[in-house]
Design a protein around this ligand. Structure first.
Ligand code: HEC
Ligand code: HEC
Length: 247
């Protein structure tokens, strides 16, 4: 008797769960068609009607490559990462607008829907590794100086230039994974940063890289402590010069 009831319970809850899921995807498809397809294309390939007019091309969702993530280089993002992008947009000068005005339900629904464009890639989402962002190291003069040395030694300057204003030797020839020309932002304009410009955001961007862009991940190249030195340098040099300014 107990067993029969249990089986019925499983059956009913599976049914309700799949019903809920299909309602979510239906709402997601509606939001996507109304608000996203014009750039990202109805089939998610990044080929919406206005795409060819945009300098930074809309993401092709069918290959599962995403730039701004909390997960290791090359892995798919968490739902939270996609949700954060919708709430925040990607840098002020970029064509990807913010969707902070969409309701919480609509944002969750459109995130669920866009994952259906790369089902195999997102099936691995349960096994991704989140790159930890440890508490910030104090921004002392020594830390900033060590960070500056890393900026030179690991050749950030190749693409970003000595000045950080996108005038390095490789700057002009960079291409993204989709074959489009890509230009690094002027690092002194934090509103252009697609992954956010708080110290923790920059740590995450450097550690995870921006998959698909030319910007590599440094996790494994620098320790956590050295990564903070580099972030402290970037914050001091480009974003907030008052941050431990020499007295
Ligand atoms: C006006 C054009 C436009 C519209 C409309 C638009 N996007 Fe985008 N989107 C872009 C562009 C351009 C990029 C690529 C930005 C980049 O690579 O810096 C992008 C990138 C993204 C990314 C990739 C983030 C990453 O980390 O790689 C996601 C997710 C995304 N859009 C979701 C959406 C959703 C969902 C909607 C609808 C609610 C939407 N976009 C509407 C232009 C648009
Ligand atoms: C091979 C070229 C290349 C190298 C090397 C490189 N970058 Fe970048 N970087 C880029 C490109 C291209 C972008 C813009 C990516 C985009 O918007 O899609 C970028 C973006 C950035 C950003 C802005 C992040 C954001 O959220 O928009 C920061 C900060 C940055 N790089 C710092 C660094 C540091 C520090 C190093 C050295 C460890 C470095 N980069 C090495 C090409 C490079």
């Amino acid at each position: 008797m107990f067993e029969k009831r249990f089986i019925l319970f499983i059956f009913v809850s599976t049914f309700l769960f799949s019903q809920e899921k299909s309602d979510l995807l239906e709402l997601g498809k509606k939001v996507y068609t109304e608000s996203c397809a014009v750039c990202h294309g109805l089939s998610g390939k990044g080929d919406g009607v206005v795409a060819s007019n945009l300098e930074v091309k809309p993401r092709n969702f069918t290959d599962g490559k995403f730039k701004v993530r909390s997960t290791k280089s090359g892995q798919v993002p968490l739902d939270e990462d996609l949700y954060r992008i919708l709430s925040r947009g990607m840098g002020h000068d970029n064509a990807m607008p913010t969707w902070s005005h969409l309701s919480v339900d609509k944002k969750h629904a459109v995130v669920a829907y866009l994952k259906t464009f790369a089902p195999k890639k997102f099936a691995r989402q349960a096994r991704v590794k989140v790159v930890p962002v440890p508490p910030r190291k104090e921004s002392t003069r020594e830390s900033i100086a060590a960070g500056k040395q890393w900026f030179l030694d690991i050749e950030c300057t190749k693409c970003h230039g000595l000045s950080g204003r996108a005038d390095g030797p490789s700057t002009k020839t960079l291409k993204d994974s989709w074959g489009n020309k890509i230009v690094p932002p002027d690092l002194s304009k934090p509103w252009l940063y697609i992954g956010g410009s708080k110290a923790e955001d920059i740590y995450r961007t450097l550690a995870t890289g921006l998959t698909g862009s030319a910007m590599p991940a440094i996790e494994g190249t620098l320790t956590e402590d050295q990564t903070w030195d580099l972030v402290n340098f970037l914050m001091h040099e480009y974003i907030d010069p008052g941050n431990n300014a020499p007295r």
